[in-house]
Design a binder for this molecule. Structure first.
Ligand code: AMP
Length: 212
């Protein structure tokens, strides 16, 4: 299987797509945001700086991210493909990724309008156990039972950075830092642009690109 990167603004559903794709292709989902949130939960070395940056919608320093990604990509489960969700998020990170041990085959860009992103972020609820994401503001994404995960029945939680103020900052950071990464990959001819916002249509389009 291929080594895939998902790039998207906050709330575009890259985590949801990554989870669905990993189940289909049996490859690991590497969510940088989840790895960072786990560092905070485990009182890791960088807890304070991570909390500060993440709660203000800014990017965490590249050196911290490079350490984390080098360790993660060198694990054995990355030898037969993976989905990278949340890295690279600026051009410096894209250049560094080219120097890491794994070559990227395909970049999928989920191109989503800002009004939908805002609604997705404000309605998002995430399972505290398995990480599945639901949305109270979209009928097709509501959990079947109130505040319970459809997948594992654990309690759903709101992410600390899913509020209007942090969303604005995350969106601005995305425009300034992450959008230029798309030009970097356009030149390498490995970038695929997905413009639909329907969850299942998006999934089918990605499967068409990746193959069965
Ligand atoms: P996410 O879960 O992908 O929305 O990421 C949540 C937050 O983690 C972001 O707003 C950033 O503060 C931080 N973060 C995630 N990935 C990166 C990255 N590649 N570089 C720097 N900061 C990151």
């Amino acid at each position: 299987m291929k080594n895939i990167v998902l790039i998207a603004p906050p709330g575009a559903g890259k985590g949801t797509q990554a989870k669905m794709l990993c189940e289909k292709y049996k490859i690991p989902h590497i969510s940088v945001g989840d790895l960072l949130r786990r560092e905070i939960e485990n009182n890791g070395l960088y807890k304070e700086i991570l909390q500060e940056k993440m709660s203000s919608g800014l990017l965490v320093d590249d050196e911290i991210i490079f350490n984390l990604m080098n360790q993660r990509l060198n694990k054995d489960d990355c030898n037969n493909g993976f989905i990278l969700d949340g890295f690279p998020r600026n051009v410096n990170q894209a250049i560094e990724l080219d120097k890491m041990s794994k070559k990227i085959d395909i970049i999928i860009y989920l191109n989503t309008p800002k009004n939908i992103l805002e609604k997705r972020v404000l309605g998002r609820m995430v399972c505290s156990n398995c990480g599945y994401s639901f949305n109270l503001l979209f009928d097709e994404s509501k959990p079947k039972e109130i505040n319970k995960c459809d997948n594992c029945k654990s309690t759903l939680e709101k992410r600390k950075d899913d509020n209007l103020e942090t969303f604005e900052n995350r969106y601005n950071t995305y425009i300034k830092e992450t959008q230029p990464v798309l030009d970097y990959y356009k030149e390498k001819n490995i970038l695929y642009n997905i413009t639909t916002t329907d969850k299942y249509e998006t999934f089918n389009m990605i499967v068409n690109i990746l193959g069965e």
